[in-house]
Design a protein around this ligand. Structure first.
Ligand code: NAP
Length: 246
């Protein structure tokens, strides 16, 4: 069996397992499977790989996207830039690390954005926020992260966000877990009334499909996107890394 999978700490429901197993079934790939591997700590990774000699690659989720870095034999330049890895290919027991969130975001974003979308506010400064920033940099779109604990002078604090900040940035991306199931009643504290129909408002959260963040932006007639498209695009990007033709 050619095995792929996902490592993380708590994997009760996984989009990736459903996505890949449906893909294998749909495409008649009967000797392929995608499994969930819950690890109590990253130290269990070597044992997992020893016990699964058929494992050819895996995705990485919270809390191991950064913790896996010392285990990688090779790091793609995007992994080095962002400091996080969400996709590993195994070749001769060695781990080759990639980050497909940047490509996933880019592919979901490009069909939506217009030439008048000039600068972005990224809510959060974690791994996904860094992937969004790297993707926007590739498109030469200026962006600013909003953080509780800024890591650089370029990042701003939540309580400095004004209506003027929203007016100056017509792309707004939620890269925090605010609004994500089961915490569905929470939302990022921003001045929503300053959002206009010229704003592109993107939530990386995909469950629920329309968070309160998106509902509030919808009430201002903004262009909306949730995290599902990015999720599918990053999964396809992982498959392109794993599939033998690449
Ligand atoms: P992460 O590395 O843990 O970063 C989370 C960020 O959100 C941090 O900046 C954190 O700030 C901030 N944050 C958390 N709770 C907050 C709160 N109550 N108020 C303000 N800020 C808060 O997580 P991540 O990997 O970047 O993921 C972030 C979100 O993106 C998750 O919902 C994840 O599911 C989603 N995501 C979606 C996709 C997709 O394909 N659609 C891909 C990747 C991630 P502190 O550091 O101060 O805690």
């Amino acid at each position: 069996m050619r095995t792929y999978g996902l490592i993380g700490q708590s994997l009760k429901h996984s989009f990736s397992a459903d996505y890949f197993n449906s893909k294998f079934q749909r495409e008649g790939m009967t000797d392929y499977c995608y499994e969930l591997f819950e690890l109590e700590s990253i130290e269990s990774l070597s044992r997992l790989i020893e016990e699964h000699p058929d494992l050819e690659g895996f995705n990485v989720t919270i809390p191991y996207k950064e913790q896996i870095l010392p285990y990688l034999y090779f790091r793609d330049k995007v992994v080095d830039e962002i400091g996080a890895c969400n996709c590993v290919k195994i070749i001769n027991d060695k781990l080759y690390g990639y980050n497909t969130d940047v490509e996933g975001f880019l592919k979901s974003f490009i069909p939506l954005f217009q030439t008048y979308h000039h600068s972005a506010l990224i809510l959060g400064n974690g791994g996904a926020a860094k992937a969004v920033k790297a993707a926007l940099d590739e498109l030469s779109i200026q962006s600013t992260m909003v953080a509780r604990k800024p890591n650089s002078v370029d990042e701003i604090l939540w309580d400095t966000l004004s209506a003027g900040t929203i007016e100056d940035n017509n792309i707004i991306v939620n890269a925090t877990p605010l609004g994500m199931y089961p915490d569905v009643n929470s939302f990022p504290p921003i001045p929503y009334k300053a959002i206009t129909r010229f704003h592109l408002v993107i939530d990386l959260v995909y469950n629920p499909a329309k968070t309160i963040f998106l509902q509030k932006a919808e009430a201002q007639d903004a262009i909306l996107q949730n995290g599902i498209e990015m999720l599918e695009q990053q999964a396809e990007a992982s498959w392109n890394i794993w599939s033998p033709a690449i």
